[in-house]
Design a protein around this ligand. Structure first.
Ligand SMILES: [Fe+2]
Length: 337
């Protein structure tokens, strides 16, 4: 701030931004008195780094009273890694998967609001099997909101397409097995990407150039953007996981996505790690949700992911606006078998 900008007149103007007029009886601290109440005026006059004036705030689209946009909210339920087996007897370390996911579905349907949609970030089944997908569809189709699916490393794309009911979407790749699409929405650019590699290559992910190009081409200016996929893009400071589970070219996609979407990027949402996860990197939010089937360990020096017994049944409620993302995590106790 220059000396001229910090003149007594300008300091007074900055203080005035933070004052309100009040009438007799309105101020509970001084009943019967009227005048001007200074809100934060001391802070404003002592902060040389204050840059916001009423004038430049009005020039900013977000604060301009003449360009105020109506509120924009999107309510999403994020679930992942249901690992259905071919029948209801299928268990993972003693956890009856179908019973747990049925409880998850009931809990989401009983929320006090109707989500815009549910996103399942992959590993719908434990191993590719038509019966497992039929069972998954019979349970997950009871969700009242539309459901969208991403491919997990345990999934099979053709079986997913045949068995699961997806919400309204637009495929981004026409000549590929990859399940990569844009969720149909007028005000948000929401992309589901497919990071599955052939099973023999391992449990990590990889994003094809065609997918990355298709997503980046579809990003509109001044539109909130979010990406959903199974595999985390970035390392999580856990040795074995970082070596084996993220997207191999995730770091590159992180960089180009944040360059393209800028501050419109509302987050990247993933599963795979069977645990709740938040990463904040380069002003980008990464949010992961755990599995209703089982939770994994993720110690900094672990040699492997181990199972944590008797895990809760988790889901995340994600709210997006033009400006922000809010994630509320649920971990519901499961009392059945
Ligand atoms: Fe999984």
């Amino acid at each position: 701030m220059t000396e001229a900008e910090d003149s007594p007149k300008n300091r007074r103007e900055r203080r005035e931004i933070f004052t309100i007029e009040f009438q007799e009886g309105q101020d509970s601290e001084s009943p019967g008195v009227s005048g001007t109440k200074h809100l934060f005026s001391r802070r404003a006059s002592h902060q040389p780094e204050v840059k916001w004036t009423l004038q430049n705030a009005e020039q900013d689209d977000r604060f301009s009273t003449s360009k105020v946009q109506p509120p924009l909210f999107l309510q999403i339920i994020h679930i992942s890694d249901t690992h259905f087996g071919p029948n209801r007897d299928h268990t993972i370390r003693g956890a009856a998967v179908a019973n747990r996911v049925e409880m998850l579905v009931r809990s989401i349907n009983e929320l006090s609001f109707q989500p815009d949609f549910v996103i399942h970030t992959g590993d719908v089944v434990n191993a590719p099997d038509e019966n497992a997908y039929r069972l998954a569809e019979s349970v997950l189709s009871k969700l009242k909101a539309p459901v969208f699916y991403a491919t997990g490393n345990h999934d099979d794309q053709s079986m997913m397409r045949a068995a699961l009911t997806f919400g309204r979407h637009t495929p981004l790749l026409t000549e590929s097995d990859e399940i990569c699409y844009q969720i149909d929405h007028p005000d948000f650019d929401l992309f589901v990407m497919d990071g599955k590699v052939p099973e023999e290559e391992g449990p990590h992910g990889f994003l094809s150039e065609a997918q990355m190009e298709a997503v980046l081409d579809a990003v509109r200016p001044k539109t909130p953007v979010a990406v959903f996929l199974h595999f985390p893009l970035l390392n999580i400071a856990s040795r074995w996981i970082d070596e084996h589970l993220p997207v191999k070219n995730g770091e590159a996609f992180h960089q180009i996505l944040r360059e393209k979407a800028g501050t419109n990027l509302r987050g990247v949402f993933t599963g795979h790690l069977h645990r709740g996860l938040q990463i904040y990197r380069d002003q980008v939010l990464y949010s992961g949700v755990s599995s209703p089937a089982c939770e994994f360990t993720a110690g900094p020096d672990d040699d492997f992911c181990d199972f944590l017994p008797d895990c809760a049944v988790p889901f995340n409620h994600v709210t997006m606006t033009r400006e922000a993302t809010v994630v509320k995590s649920y971990a519901l106790p499961f009392h059945g078998k």
